[in-house]
Design a protein around this ligand. Structure first.
Ligand code: FES
Ligand SMILES: [Fe+2]
Length: 340
């Protein structure tokens, strides 16, 4: 990120070069309610859409006297700072300083430094520094036989490191998810191999037996009380997991889950679903069921303190934790050495 405003950044680290989901495309489109303010790794950003539809993301700080630009007025794709009325347009260019005589050129340092922002899968992806990875590739999004269902951004009071560990974990199903699909009788996790699932995700494939009542029947399209399905679950650094479920009747669902650190103890969370069945009537109920599953995870994770330790020997791992162990190993390498 080229710093044109003289903002003193905290020292850059490797995590600054990753992409994070900070909002939905809908949030940035509803510009009538003003610019979107988000916080990522304890830094506030403001996001807005210019009149040509392009997005601008920048630190939420006016270079004049540091007023939060997200509290300014958004009109015709430009933000007017609420303090002294400086106006900023596309790509953070300062286009008006009302107090200055018109013949005086606008100083270069009045322009805002841009952060990278992209739209994919109905989500807003922000990278604070120079991106060193691509946004996770989800090929299913361009498959015409699948429909995408987006869900709102949630705020969880826990670290994303705890969340990714949970997303990769099967052994909590019979306990944490006993209210939705978890099945008491299926506690033993069969041995599985870790493998590169495609160019983006690394993880494992396995069969799982789950309870299939009420909301779960709408998901699965099966009416049996207990069913088996094939799952493929993998991660993409730093904090994304994709889980694809294939039911015996041919219904396939891809669930993409992603977390972004607001602070060490607070995270954005959202999930996106892709389904190959007709979701016109059932989409709402399917999302509600997944939200209920998510609430079960959230309720547990918000009880855990601090971040997931990356120190070897701090946690006791068993065979069923090996996907999480591998994610921790790779995440620690990313944090220390910048290796993806
Ligand atoms: S602080 Fe923004 S115009 Fe003065
Ligand atoms: Fe879970």
């Amino acid at each position: 990120m080229e710093l044109r405003t003289g903002i003193v950044d905290k020292p850059s680290d490797h995590l600054d070069h990753c992409w994070y989901v900070v909002g939905t495309v809908d949030q940035a489109t509803l510009s009538a309610s003003g610019p979107l303010r988000v916080t990522l790794r304890e830094i506030d950003y403001v996001i807005w859409r210019a009149s040509d539809g392009s997005l601008t993301a920048t630190r939420d700080r006016c270079p004049h006297r540091e007023a939060p630009l997200s509290e300014g007025e958004l009109k015709d794709g430009c933000i007017t700072c609420a303090y002294h009325g400086w106006r900023f347009g596309k790509e953070g260019m300062c286009i008006e300083i009302p107090s200055a005589r018109p013949e005086i050129p606008i100083p270069k340092s009045a322009h805002l430094a841009m952060a990278s922002i992209e739209e994919h899968y109905g989500l807003l992806w922000l990278c604070p520094g120079e991106p060193r990875q691509n946004v996770p590739r989800l090929g299913v999004d361009s498959d015409q036989s699948f429909t995408r269902l987006n869900t709102p951004i949630q705020i969880w009071h826990c670290s994303p490191t705890r969340m990714i560990d949970n997303m990769l974990d099967v052994s909590h199903f019979p306990y944490t998810h006993r209210g939705t699909f978890g099945r008491d009788q299926e506690k033993v996790v069969p041995r599985f191999q870790l493998t590169q699932l495609d160019e983006t995700f690394y993880g494992y494939e396995y069969d799982v037996v789950i309870n299939n009542s009420d909301g779960a029947q709408i998901m699965s399209g099966h009416s049996d009380d207990v069913i088996s399905l094939q799952m493929s679950t993998g991660f993409c650094l730093p904090f994304s997991v994709r889980s694809t479920m294939t039911y015996a009747n041919g219904i396939k669902q891809t669930l993409f889950m992603t977390a972004s650190p607001i602070t060490q103890k607070k995270s954005y969370y959202t999930f996106v679903l892709w389904r190959n069945d007709n979701v016109e009537t059932s989409g709402r109920e399917i999302v509600d069921f997944e939200l209920a599953v998510t609430d079960e995870d959230r309720s547990m994770l918000e009880r855990l303190r601090g971040e997931l330790s990356l120190d070897q020997g701090h946690l006791v791992d068993v065979q069923s934790d090996k996907a999480s162990v591998e994610w921790r190993r790779r995440y620690a390498r990313l944090v220390k050495e910048g290796v993806f």
